[in-house]
Design a protein around this ligand. Structure first.
Ligand SMILES: Nc1ncnc2c1ncn2[C@@H]1O[C@H](COP(=O)(O)OP(=O)(O)OP(=O)(O)O)[C@@H](O)[C@H]1O
Ligand code: SF4
Ligand SMILES: [Mg+2]
Length: 334
């Protein structure tokens, strides 16, 4: 898709053939230089106002994808377009300008909230860096942000340790919202919270999205968390996207054997709807030495001879449902 097409479809983020490898440290002289292929050639788009959920087991490359997009990591290969502009290699002033449009909500906000600063100053910091140093204007904007995320005004003068986990996440969200970003990458924003608080934070993120037409890349381990948040879902395995579809299709008709196994692991309270759990054999291989062919083949119950030889391409099997699996090489007709 070229840039003109992207604009027509109101595509905000366009990620093409992104790779992000980490060097393996401590290799001896003369050893072939290997790397950890944390993200290994993925492509996807996110429309303005849309939430794309990214799920998969620990270590499959979700956070690395988020960090590459935010340009916290330099991609090894591929391109990232934001609003039609190639941001992959921006540096200096241009990178600083684009960082304003890209914000992150972290799993553990406490780790990123400076314990020595008042909450008001923490939220004001990005505004002070980018927009105004005027104290009155800053305070007004911070008080508005506190109200939007459901925190009382007096939170301004308190410190992060005086708040519960859910409230701290509200502070993290207020800070992420401060510069009216185009895209928010939310990396497991509720995994560290009590279940009772999780839905409050998810509802807040949804409400803010409706108010401001926010766009989210929403990262989670758990398919049940992304279900209620996402318009579309991408399933990652070992640095690859193996299935990408609208939320309803992923839940009602998952096509990739890995997605099917992930879904079968979600506890179903209604015994009439309960299906047999599909066990995934063995452990996830190391991304420094991924298997040849389909990355899932050593663990897949449907693996065929071809699966260990050629890597399946992510292709449309149904309108809006993309799958990377040889079972569907002839459109799923065998
Ligand atoms: N800074 C780094 N240096 C070297 N290897 C890294 C680094 N960050 C991540 N990795 C490795 O890259 C792979 C992908 O990690 P990543 O954190 O992106 O996965 P994830 O899907 O976010 O996992 P989790 O669900 O546990 O957060 C893993 O094998 C991880 O060990
Ligand atoms: S390509 Fe083969 S190994 Fe990979 S998921 Fe499909 S059937 Fe399983
Ligand atoms: Mg992660």
């Amino acid at each position: 898709m070229n840039i003109v097409d992207s604009r027509k479809q109101d595509i905000l983020l366009d990620v093409r053939n992104l790779k992000n490898y980490y060097p393996i440290k401590g290799q001896l002289f003369g050893q072939s230089s290997r790397s950890i292929k944390a993200v290994d050639d993925i492509s996807f788009t996110i429309r303005r106002g849309e939430t794309l959920g990214l799920v998969g087991e620990s270590g499959c490359g979700k956070s690395t994808t988020g960090k590459s997009i935010l340009r916290l990591n330099q991609p090894t290969a591929g391109k990232i377009f934001l609003d039609g502009k190639d941001i992959t290699h921006l540096t200096g002033y241009e990178l600083r300008r684009v960082r304003k449009d890209l914000q992150m909500v972290f799993q553990d906000p406490f780790a990123t909230l400076n314990p020595k600063h008042m909450v008001g100053d923490i939220i004001a910091e990005p505004i002070r860096n980018y927009e105004t140093k005027n104290k009155q204007k800053l305070k007004k904007q911070v008080l508005q942000l506190l109200e939007r995320v459901g925190l009382p005004k007096d939170a301004y003068y308190k410190y992060a340790h005086e708040f519960s986990g859910g409230q701290r996440q509200r502070i993290g969200i207020a800070r992420a919202l401060a510069l009216k970003p185009k895209l928010i990458v939310a990396d497991e924003p509720v995994s560290a919270l009590d279940v009772s608080v999780q839905s409050q934070i998810l509802n807040l993120l949804k409400l803010l999205q409706e108010e401001d037409q926010l766009t989210y890349l929403f990262i989670a381990h758990d398919l049940s968390v992304v279900k209620h948040m996402s318009h579309r879902i991408g399933v990652m395995y070992l640095g690859n996207i193996v299935e990408m579809a609208d939320s309803a299709s992923v839940y009602s008709n998952p096509l990739h054997p890995y997605t099917q196994a992930l879904l079968s692991a979600i506890p179903e309270p209604d015994p009439r709807k309960r299906k047999d759990r599909i066990e995934i054999k063995g452990d996830i291989p190391s991304p420094s030495n991924p298997p040849p062919g389909c990355p899932f083949h050593p663990r897949c119950h449907h693996a065929m001879f071809q699966c260990s030889l050629t890597k399946p391409k992510l292709q449309a099997i149904k309108p809006g449902q993309l799958v990377a699996c040889h079972l569907y090489d002839n459109g799923g007709r065998g």
